[in-house]
Design a protein around this ligand. Structure first.
Ligand code: SAH
Length: 374
């Protein structure tokens, strides 16, 4: 890949005039489930049976759904659970505890998800768009532009696949439970707001309507689409919000996160603070450490002051991400000494700060490396 300085249009809506992904159980509201049963000439509880298999048992093979009438098992399951994601390639790293899957969608679009198992939790990093329109110059996904929004079910199905892999013991460490979801794969989740919130609702609804996960264990990461952050604040779901800040000053952030020219640092951090205030959830500030770009000690001080200007009641946590170097990019990873000093200065201002571990580095599965080249 060569270095690109393209100025992409900041496309906020899905491109028009394309076929939609097939309708799937995970896309349906309660009323739509009843209608779907009717369409198939089946009683409403059939849909509930299939939902139990999919969300509670993580089972999608019709042959295993022995409580469905044998004669139309395939038809019922096929209508409600069309294949949305076809695995193209699976790569493992970190002794089999990190697993990246490249998926082909119904229309040929490619996306990736990454499953990471830790001692006390297992997290899946999911994609919410094929490509991304935000054009952050240090991010691999940002270099290819946006192809399209993903549907609710396309997002949920990545999570169901990860949960099934954990349950079946396919990930090193034996059978376990998928506990966390982060929207840090490909795409800008808040630019696909409706499908993302729908997916969060499917993940948090108790079975058989959903996966019964805790909203607190779901993190939505955003470049800072301020009106959408405000909308999410009113949504009343206690998910964790992560804001990709990467710079405390507009001059630099305009360059690193181009949407900053529309919503500046002050407005963006203010929206994040309102989110924390309303939901009582601590906001996570993402800051990818780029050598001699945004990692100066004075910027750490400025970041601390900007965040503290909204209150020092622990509303925020700073997550420093060692930059994952994208081939051909002019952005490189900060020196360890500079990262240590950055941490020290933020902590000196009373701000909770950690440095993220770099899982999946060698299979290009780390943050910002997902590009789905094939
Ligand atoms: N669009 C969302 C999700 C993107 S990926 C967002 O911007 O928040 C999740 C995080 O990885 C974001 O903070 C993103 O800025 C960061 N990231 C992107 N490229 C990176 C890279 N090369 N190294 C480290 N982090 C990167």
């Amino acid at each position: 890949m060569t270095e690109t300085t393209r100025t992409l249009p900041l496309v906020m809506a899905a491109p028009r005039g394309r076929a939609k992904p097939p309708r799937h159980l995970a896309d349906l509201s309660a009323e739509e489930r009843v209608a779907a049963a009717k369409e198939m000439g089946e009683p409403p509880f059939r849909v509930k049976q299939v939902a139990h298999h999919y969300f509670a048992r993580l089972e999608r093979d019709p042959a295993a759904m022995t409580d469905l009438p044998a004669r139309n098992r395939d038809a019922i399951a096929g209508a409600l659970l069309p294949e949305l994601l076809t695995p193209v390639r699976v790569q493992e790293a970190d002794q089999g505890t990190t697993r990246k899957t490249l998926w082909r969608l119904f229309d040929g679009a490619l996306v990736e998800s990454v499953l990471m198992r830790y001692s006390e939790r297992a997290t899946i990093c999911v994609s919410s768009q094929a490509g991304c329109g935000m054009a952050c110059p240090f991010c691999a996904t940002g270099q290819g532009g946006l192809q399209r929004n993903m549907s609710t079910a396309e997002i949920v199905d990545q999570v169901v696949d990860g949960a099934a892999a954990m349950a079946r013991g396919e990930v090193a460490g034996g059978p376990g439970r998928l506990s966390n979801v982060v929207f840090m794969g490909m795409g800008e989740p808040l630019a696909n707001y409706k499908a993302v919130v729908g997916a969060v609702r499917r993940m948090t609804s108790p079975a058989p309507d959903g996966l019964g996960m805790s909203a607190r264990n779901i993190t939505v990461s955003t470049v800072g689409l301020v009106p959408r952050i405000r909308q999410l604040t009113e949504e009343g779901i206690p998910i964790t919000l992560a804001l990709s800040l990467h710079a405390p000053d507009d001059e630099l952030r305009d360059e690193l996160v181009p949407i900053n020219t529309r919503f500046d640092v002050a407005e963006t951090v203010e929206a994040a603070w309102q989110y924390a205030k309303k939901t009582k959830r601590r906001v996570s500030i993402e800051y990818a450490m780029m050598r001699d770009i945004n990692d100066q000690a004075w910027r750490a001080d400025l970041l601390g002051d900007v965040l503290n200007s909204y209150g020092d009641w622990g509303w925020v946590h700073v997550n420093l991400i060692p930059l994952n170097e994208v081939p051909g990019s002019r952005f490189t990873r900060s020196r360890d000494a500079d990262t240590d000093e950055f941490v020290r200065r933020l902590q000196a201002k009373g701000i909770s700060t950690t440095v993220r571990d770099t899982r999946g580095d060698e299979i290009d599965a780390a943050c910002g490396q997902l590009a789905a080249q094939e």
